[in-house]
Design a protein around this ligand. Structure first.
Ligand code: PFF
Length: 440
């Protein structure tokens, strides 16, 4: 009865799609403000440690689970363990995915408004006197809702194309463009008068800024940015070919994702210092501070357009991957056709995202935006991340895990042993501490 499961066509496609998932608002919008409020270089250093000590083993675990079972969530757990006892973790992942879709597409929608604003300012002056007021008024308006809907429809169209013709093809085109735009921006920033100060802030650690809170947010940021702890990498790996090298791919994702976060810092901090602003502005850094900076730069509207196109593209390849978690579930577990799954998910998300968007306006008291962000990032992602590490590290049969990790590629014994040790001991303890501290 089952037709052959879809597969990514090439290794480049695998990298484009998985890095496309990892690189998103998390790197370009969230990382700079987290690093900005967390003291810059000290935050970056801790962040990198988390990416490689906790992130890489967790990606490996998710990959092994997904490719071994050839199932998304929650089927990956039941197929691998032969019991339904672990399925709750899969359902928790799907819940997290639905919540992330709802609030993430709101921010993604904002990027479209800023693209239009940038084009407008090429042809006439845009009033920047009250940027904060304008931003607040926009985010609480129905215009923001419309942009969110537009974004979700674009996402739905890509999803209809399927894994190879939709996701892989779009990521193959968008990811190189994204890297080129980032490169152009980095060069531009390095030529600014505040470049030195910006780079010192990003690369010269001052450990006095470190405290437990900063360490915890660095860990949360690593999870969010690498798209782990919600079944995204499990789902994608269920479409990998048998010869895709899992360990190498995990390390490549971690390295490229970190590179983009660092590039975002290299782009943003020199600009912030050049124009006498504060790096610790918080979540509005990208949407309020940067447009003000662009406005003062030569060729500002052009750079602004380029930047928000970059942000929109990065958001799209990430939203696609979150949607795939749910679509794969609906197809694998409920036996739906892809078209039906995509349409139903899109309609559901339209409603949930509209409610989130209105959290900035009429539904301020309900504030679903922050509730969904908090529940998914601070509760469900750590819980599911912990679950996948414990399951793969302790419950999955060792030969099955080893066959996935080693496969036909040659992984040095020390590397395999180190990753497995981190997976079984370091990651569960580390994640559990974040979870507990996060709840407190
Ligand atoms: N990693 C994405 C980002 O940094 O923007 C966000 C994300 C995508 C989180 C996919 C979770 C996920 F499953």
């Amino acid at each position: 009865m089952s037709s052959k499961r879809a597969e990514f066509g090439s290794r480049l496609g695998v990298i484009a799609a998985t890095v496309g998932s990892a690189v998103g608002l998390g790197n370009i919008w969230r990382f700079p403000y987290e690093a900005g409020t967390g003291g810059g270089a000290a935050f970056l250093l801790i962040y990198i440690v988390f990416v490689f000590v906790l992130g890489v083993p967790t990606i490996c675990a998710e990959f092994s689970l997904g490719r071994f079972s050839r199932q998304g969530m929650p089927g990956a757990y039941s197929k691998t363990s032969g019991s339904r006892r672990w399925d709750f973790l899969g359902y928790a992942s799907i819940l997290a995915a639905l919540m992330i879709l709802a609030f993430y597409s709101v921010v993604a929608g904002w990027t479209l408004e800023y693209i239009i604003e940038s084009v407008k300012s090429m042809f006439g002056d845009v009033d920047i006197a009250d940027r904060h007021g304008a931003f607040t008024a926009f985010t609480g308006s129905w215009t923001a809702v419309v942009w969110t809907i537009v974004f979700l429809i674009i996402n739905g169209l890509v999803m209809l194309g399927g894994v190879q013709k939709g996701i892989e093809r779009v990521c193959n085109v968008l990811m190189p463009i994204l890297f080129l735009i980032l490169l152009a921006f980095s060069v531009n920033s390095l030529l600014m008068p505040g470049a030195r100060q910006g780079l010192e802030f990003l690369f010269k650690p001052d450990f006095s800024a470190l405290n437990a809170g900063v360490i915890l947010s660095a860990m949360g940021q690593a999870f969010f940015s690498l798209s782990i702890g919600m079944g995204c990498m499990v789902t994608y790996a269920s479409y990998f070919k048998d010869d895709t090298p899992l360990v190498r791919t995990s390390i490549e994702i971690a390295a490229l994702d970190t590179l983009v976060a660092v590039m975002a810092g290299v782009i943003i901090f020199p600009a912030v210092f050049s124009f006498g602003m504060s790096p610790a502005e918080g979540p509005t850094l990208v949407f309020e501070v940067l447009p003000a900076i662009f406005h003062q730069m030569t060729g500002g509207p052009f750079w602004s357009l380029l930047f928000f196109v970059l942000l929109a593209l990065a958001s799209l390849t990430s939203i696609i991957s979150v949607s795939e978690i749910v679509v794969t579930f609906l197809c694998d577990t409920l036996g739906w056709r892809r078209v039906k799954a995509t349409v139903v998910l899109t309609l559901f998300t339209l409603v949930a995202a509209t409610l989130c968007s209105l959290s900035f306006g009429p539904l301020r008291d309900l504030d679903l935006f922050n509730a969904f962000d908090f529940i998914s990032s601070n509760i469900l992602m750590p819980l599911c991340g912990l679950g996948v590490c414990v399951f793969v590290g302790w419950r999955m049969k060792r030969p099955e895990y080893e066959a996935q990790m080693r496969g036909r590629s040659r992984v040095p014994a020390w590397l395999f042993d180190t990753i497995t040790f981190c997976l079984r001991y370091i990651a569960p303890v580390g994640i559990l501490s974040v979870f507990i501290a996060g709840l407190m």
